[in-house]
Design a protein around this ligand. Structure first.
Ligand code: NAD
Ligand code: IPM
Ligand code: MN
Length: 347
């Protein structure tokens, strides 16, 4: 097949892990006879430096025309005090492409039990799909930033809630048949809206699914004490951001968590959950596996190439089983060598 893929390397370790994704997509294309036209565009801090904007119009246009978009990571101390922030570009592209559902799978693997701070017996069989609402909530509400006071508005419409709930329910039907909805309904009005919509929508459309409600503070605890009991976890934008970094530590490292951001139509955006990791940037230390697993999600969910995605995933997991991984997982390889180890299993 022919596909037009746009890469947004971004900042810090972003370009390092994007190189890994590019090489893996190239290797898959070669093995299966696909023609991937892979191009790169400016995004985040790199784009601010070059153009003054975190998401230049040219970049957005290229993404809108693409079949799928891959993003490394954006942000870093260099831009933390600048008027325009790299992160604004990421929020803007998610909004512009209508990517309201962010799928973040956290799947443990026996080879990584030692890398997790959680006891091994809790990690057996953990396979959680977090569905994070991505284009609403407090991230996108009006805000005011004064010297002595500031506020951020958190708002959701019923329609915004329903569409991401449908996405979570459809996934649960194909998986373990359970959905956990996480909110703060004891305090927040938006959370009470989420809860009412969930009750009504599941009663009407998905009565066969098991439905659990958790308050976000307790959910943070249950994720560690009984992670294997979760199947699909659906929640609002901010809670989903926080809980997925926590879930990454069940797997063993933030460098292991991939993601897919999807809308109703148009290209999806595929990106590791981690950030630009300024503390290890430029040192060949970044774990490329979250980026490679995000590329597998791009193949499967972005291009419909299921077998190709499976081959890439298996290559990553085989490396893990053989101990061929980066330092965050207790391995000895650098970013480039870990990527090569995966590529050697694809070609
Ligand atoms: P971070 O995810 O960049 O790093 C947190 C910790 O995890 C660091 O110790 C880092 O070294 C480690 N880590 C992250 N990815 C890793 C990998 N692939 N391999 C090995 N170790 C890895 O979070 P942070 O330090 O809070 O944020 C740094 C910058 O990244 C900020 O500017 C933030 O806004 C941005 N950020 C961007 C994204 C994104 O682009 N999607 C996501 C999160 C944070
Ligand atoms: C993520 C990041 C972003 C978010 C930031 C960089 C805007 O933390 O993708 O998880 O909060 O969504
Ligand atoms: Mn995050």
């Amino acid at each position: 097949m022919k596909a037009n893929i746009v890469l947004l390397p971004g900042d810090g370790i972003g370009p390092e892990v994007t190189q890994a994704a590019k090489a893996a997509l190239g290797a898959i294309a070669k093995r299966f006879g696909h023609e991937f036209a892979i191009s790169e565009a400016l995004m985040g801090g790199a784009a601010i430096d070059a153009t003054g904007e975190p998401l230049p119009a040219k970049t957005l246009a290229a993404c809108q025309e693409a079949d799928a978009v891959f993003l490394g990571a954006v942000g870093g101390p260099k831009w933390d005090k600048s008027e325009k922030r790299p992160e604004q570009g990421l929020l803007a592209i998610r909004k512009a492409l209508g990517l309201y559902a962010n799928l973040r799978p956290a799947v443990t693997h026996p080879a990584l039990y030692d890398a997790s701070p959680i006891k091994a017996d809790r990690l057996e069989g953990v396979d959680i799909m977090v569905v994070r609402e991505l284009t609403g909530g407090i991230y996108f509400g009006e805000k005011e930033e004064g010297t002595d006071a500031a506020w951020d508005r958190c708002a959701y419409s019923g329609e915004e809630v329903d569409r991401v709930l449908h996405q979570a329910a459809r996934l649960a039907k194909k998986r373990g048949g359970k959905v956990t909805m996480v909110d703060k309904a004891n305090v927040l009005a938006t959370s009470r809206l989420w809860r009412r919509r969930t009750e009504a929508l599941f009663a009407e459309h998905y009565p066969e699914l098991e439905l659990e409600f958790l308050l976000v503070d307790a959910a943070a605890m249950h994720l560690l004490s009984r992670p294997a009991s979760f199947d699909v976890l659906v929640t609002e934008n901010l809670f989903g951001d926080i809980l997925t970094d926590e879930a990454a530590m069940l797997v063993g490292s933030l460098g292991m968590l991939p993601s897919a951001s999807l809308g109703n139509s148009g290209p999806g955006l595929f990106e590791p959950c981690h950030g630009s990791a300024p503390d290890i940037a430029g040192q060949d230390k970044a774990n490329p596996f979250a980026a490679l697993l995000s590329s597998a999600m791009l193949l499967e969910l972005g291009l419909g190439l299921t077998e190709e995605a499976q081959i890439l995933k298996e290559a990553v997991y085989d490396c893990l089983t053989q101990g061929q991984c980066t330092g965050d997982l207790g391995g000895k390889l650098g970013t480039k060598a870990a990527t090569q180890a995966v590529l050697a299993r694809i070609i």
